[in-house]
Design a protein around this ligand. Structure first.
Ligand code: SF4
Ligand code: SF4
Length: 166
């Protein structure tokens, strides 16, 4: 190709490719809603927040946040504690007048790696990940969460039929 033509072609290619990229950038800047949320300082400007949703509502349903335990279904089987690969769940049970009570159920969220194994193994779905993720605090001990303050009786084990239909 003639060097002069090649020279102008290179200039044209440079202008075309830069313009093409800028048009895409402008389209997202002007027309599309922001995909990311500048957290936490610009939350109020996010369109999702403005439409009345709380922060936890806009987190994906599959998000693995802090663990939470439903004691109306926890049968105190200790499976979650045994399964946790880094031993951060501590459960203690006590028998009083033929009734078993859970006297301690601590989860150290500061060490949790959110693998979800404890959730997978729970036979009654009592332990689940919540959407809570904010854990900023001055003392790391605050992240060792005590789920039981006063002893709670263990839930009745589901019958075989109930367990299979669940
Ligand atoms: S999510 Fe994983 S690391 Fe965290 S408590 Fe459960 S089993 Fe342990
Ligand atoms: S949370 Fe689930 S796995 Fe853990 S003790 Fe309760 S029933 Fe068992």
């Amino acid at each position: 190709m003639n060097p002069a033509i090649q020279y102008f072609k290179n200039i044209w290619d440079a202008i075309y490719t830069v313009s093409f990229g800028m048009i895409i950038t402008l389209k997202y800047w002007v027309k599309e809603p922001p995909i990311t949320i500048e957290y936490p300082d610009r939350l109020k400007k996010g369109p999702l927040i403005l439409s009345g949703n709380s922060l936890e509502e806009i987190v994906s349903d599959r998000f693995r946040g802090y663990l939470t335990v439903d004691f109306s279904t926890c049968i105190g089987c200790l499976q979650c504690m045994i399964t946790c690969p880094i031993d951060i769940i501590a459960i203690e049970t006590e028998k009083r007048d033929d009734v078993r009570f859970i006297t301690r159920f601590d989860i150290n969220q500061s060490k949790c790696m959110y693998c979800g194994l404890c959730v997978e193994v729970c036979p009654t779905d009592a332990i689940v990940h919540s959407k809570r993720f904010e854990g900023a605090c001055y003392d790391i001990k605050e992240l060792c969460i005590r789920h039981v303050e006063t002893a709670v009786p263990v839930a009745k084990r589901p019958s075989k039929g109930e367990a299979e239909s669940a």
